[in-house]
Design a protein around this ligand. Sequence first.
Ligand code: NAD
Length: 346
Amino acid sequence: MNRYQTLTVDGYEEVVRCDNREAGFAAWIAIHNTNRGPALGGCRVWNYGSDEEAFFDVLRLSRGMTYKNSLAHLPLGGGKCVVRVDLGRVDRAHLFESVGEFVDTLGGRYITAEDVNSTVEDMAHVQRSTAHVATVGASGNPSPFTAYGVYCAIKAGILYTRGRKNLSGLRVAIQGVGETGGRLARLLASAGCNVVAADLSQERLDRLRSQVDAQVIGPADVHRCRCDIFSPCAMGGTLNHKTIPELRCALVAGSANNQLLNPSDGHLLDRLGIVYIPDYAANAGGVINISCEIDGEYDGERARIRTARIGETVTEILHRSVATRLPTSVVADAMAEELFKLEKVA
Ligand code: NAD
């Protein structure tokens, strides 16, 4: 049986903890802001080392979703669910049905979706207990949209900084060629880019090289590669005080979440004259696609058109950054805040 406890956290609309001893999990839902609409954010499942760690994660991630959803102009707020569980020791169907009950207690103010360690199949179990779940079918895998959004961000970045409409002949170093990075590599190769790829998985590199002509580089060296564009598409924190001075690129844009280890890293990139396209602006294609499922009847073409608007957002960020002499990371945060703090979207 789920037991609930409401927690008061400054700056958050609602934070609730759920414990279910029989099902073997603890979970937290944080609703950061709903000024633009119900809070959308995935359900992250992780065997956290402590409750504090899980709690910290749900606060950080739900806030990030407010910024991402707002900057993408979606009529959605930011929220997240994290589940602390050892997946090897629980009945998965029961777990996700119980998570669905938890989501349902928020009456639609929070909409869940898949995330790290939770799948579309798991969301079908969540759906047995609540209607407030996206990605149960029609919109499918978000990765193609995420990759396409990053591609649009890169095109806008190159147009703004170099006045070039095409990417032909540009060298792009991609860190991680999985679901999103692999697709991005294919899009860029089709546009005439020279792709340099790094991954920890030889299988993923082999697959990519069977599809496009890509040069392979070691994971430790990819950020040092001389190139036009460096694209972090693996894990977060890869832009930090150690790696940034080693970059030999003009532009950074990728799918990875939380690319900057610290906010000061956005300032460092700016000081070094490297144009950084903020991660949550570039990688919003997946959530834009999901929002098209929430909207009513899903239409893949509409999702693609909306994803392409990431290019306009990137142009606006770059324009404001030049005009105000502020780093793009600071500008993007301010733009998102304008969009979610002003007024409720009707
Ligand atoms: P994925 O697991 O399919 O691919 C990541 C790849 O990075 C894997 O092939 C992995 O082997 C590789 N990798 C890990 N560490 C590496 C390293 N140090 N150097 C080089 N390669 C490394 O994941 P994904 O779905 O492509 O997501 C990638 C990033 O994009 C994540 O940060 C994710 O949170 C973010 N993101 C994904 C989506 C989406 O739609 N999938 C949406 C928004 C953000």
